[in-house]
Design a protein around this ligand. Structure first.
Ligand code: GLN
Length: 389
C-alpha cells in the first residue's frame, strides 16, 4: 500500500468534536463542542418549511445566493460601518470553518508564517498545516488574557503574512478593547501583514464590553479578511452557513479557492436564513440578554460549587481550573468527568500552545434545564473524582 500523505500525520482529529462523541457514549450532558440545544428562531424554521416546496434545490451561485448576499451586506454594512458590496466583497462559505480555511489559502503560500494568539480555537493550527503555513504563537496571558506588546512585535518581525484574530475569543472569552486592536492594527500596517478575523461570536458579548470589528479601524479595511457565520447568531450550527467579507481584490481570489473547495453552501438553507439576516436590532439585543442570563446562571452555579473559573467578556465558554484533582492529563480528566460525573468538557490543552494541563472548557449555550442538570451533576464532582494529589 502507498503511504497516506505526511501532512495528515501531523494532526489528530478535532478533540472538541471527539468530546461530543465521548459525551454521547457516556450519556453525559454535553458542554464540550459549542452548540445550542434550543430551537432556532421560528421565522427561520417556518421559512425552511416553505423553501422545501420552492425552487431552491440546485446549486446557488458559487459565492452565495444573490438575495442572501444582499441581506448579509445590508446587515453587516450597518454593523461594520461601511457600505459592503454584495457582489464583489462577500463569499458565502460552508460555515466559518471553510471561511477561515479559504482565507488562509487565499493569502498564504506554503512556508509563510501566520501569527496565532494562544489559547486559540483548535482549527487554526490545522488550517495552517493544511495550507502549508507556519504558526507563530503569541500568548494571551491569564487571568486577563492580555498580550505582551514586545512579544507581539517580535512575532511581526519574523515577517508573517497574516495574523489570526478570534474576537470575541474562543476559548478564553476575551473581547479585545479598541486600544488592543489599535496596537495590532499599527503593527499590521508597519509590517504589512493581513489580519484574518474569526468573529462568529460578534453578537454574544456581555456588558459593558463591546465588539469592535477589526476592519473598522483606520486603514484596516483593505488588509482585513473578516470571517463569520450564522451558526451562533441564529442557533443553526448544523446549517454550515458562513462567509468572508473583504476588499474586492481579496474576495476575487477567495472566490476561486472557495469554488474549488466546496462549490457552495446549501442553497435551500441560504434561502431560509435570509429572513434571519433581515431581523431588526431587537433580535440581537434579546440574544445578548438571553446569553447574559445563561452566563450568570452558570457562573453562579460554578461559584456555589467552589470551582475557580474564567469570567467571559464574550462568546459562551468558561475555563475551569482542575488543579485540585491532581491529574497529569486533562484529556483523561475530561474522559473521567464524562464517564463518572456525566458532564462533557474539552481539555484545555487542545487550545494552548503552552504546556497547560490544569484547565478544561465548558460552554453554556444550553437551555436553563440543561445547565441546571449539568450543575447538579457537577456538585458531586469531588465525591466522584477523588483527588490524586
Ligand atoms: N466553535 C465550536 C467550539 O469551539 C465548535 C465548532 C465546530 O466544531 N465546528 O466548540
Amino acid at each position: 500500500m502507498p503511504r497516506i500523505s505526511s501532512r495528515t500525520e501531523t494532526f489528530t482529529d478535532s478533540v472538541i468534536r471527539r468530546m461530543t462523541r465521548v459525551s454521547l457514549q457516556y450519556g453525559a450532558v454535553n458542554l464540550s463542542q459549542g452548540f445550542p440545544d434550543f430551537e432556532p428562531p421560528k421565522e427561520i424554521l417556518n421559512r425552511l418549511a416553505e423553501v422545501a416546496k420552492e425552487d431552491f434545490h440546485q446549486y446557488s451561485i458559487t459565492w452565495g445566493a444573490q438575495n442572501f448576499r444582499e441581506a448579509l451586506a445590508e446587515k453587516q454594512s450597518r454593523l461594520m460601518g461601511r457600505k459592503i458590496d454584495p457582489n464583489s466583497e462577500i463569499v458565502v462559505t460552508c460555515g466559518s470553518t471553510e471561511a477561515m480555511m479559504a482565507a488562509m489559502m487565499t493569502v498564504t503560500d506554503p512556508g509563510d508564517k501566520v501569527i496565532v494568539f494562544s489559547p486559540f480555537y483548535e482549527n487554526y493550527g490545522t488550517d495552517a498545516i493544511l495550507s502549508g503555513a507556519e504558526p507563530i504563537y503569541v500568548p494571551l496571558i491569564p487571568p486577563e488574557f492580555n498580550f505582551d506588546v514586545d512579544v507581539l512585535e517580535a512575532a511581526f518581525k519574523q515577517k508573517p503574512k497574516a495574523l489570526i484574530l478570534c474576537n470575541p475569543s474562543n476559548p478564553c472569552g476575551k473581547v479585545f478593547t479598541y486600544e488592543e486592536l489599535k496596537i495590532i492594527a499599527d503593527l499590521a500596517e508597519k509590517y504589512d501583514t493581513f489580519v484574518i478575523t474569526d468573529e462568529v461570536y460578534e453578537h454574544i458579548v456581555y456588558e459593558p464590553n463591546k465588539h469592535i470589528y477589526f476592519s473598522s479601524l483606520p486603514n484596516m479595511q483593505e488588509r482585513t479578511i473578516s470571517c463569520s457565520s450564522l451558526s451562533k447568531t441564529y442557533s443553526i450550527t448544523g446549517w454550515r452557513l458562513g462567509y468572508i467579507i473583504a476588499s474586492a481584490e481579496i474576495i476575487d481570489a477567495a472566490k476561486k479557492v472557495h469554488d474549488f473547495l466546496t462549490v457552495g453552501a446549501a442553497a435551500p438553507l441560504q434561502e431560509a436564513a435570509v429572513v434571519g439576516l433581515k431581523f431588526g436590532d431587537k433580535y440581537y439585543k434579546d440574544l445578548q440578554e438571553k446569553y447574559t442570563q445563561k452566563r450568570d446562571l452558570f457562573l453562579k452555579g460554578l461559584d456555589d460549587i467552589g470551582i475557580t473559573h474564567t469570567v467571559p467578556q464574550g462568546a459562551y465558554y468558561v475555563l475551569l481550573d482542575i488543579s485540585e484533582f491532581g491529574f497529569d492529563s486533562d484529556l483523561e480528566f475530561c474522559e473521567t468527568l464524562a464517564r463518572d460525573v456525566g458532564v462533557g468538557a474539552v481539555p484545555g490543552s487542545s487550545f494552548f500552545r503552552e504546556p497547560v494541563d490544569n484547565l478544561i472548557r465548558l460552554h453554556f449555550a444550553k437551555k436553563e434545564d440543561t445547565l441546571n442538570e449539568a450543575l447538579s451533576r457537577l456538585e458531586n464532582i469531588r465525591k466522584k473524582i477523588p483527588s490524586r494529589k
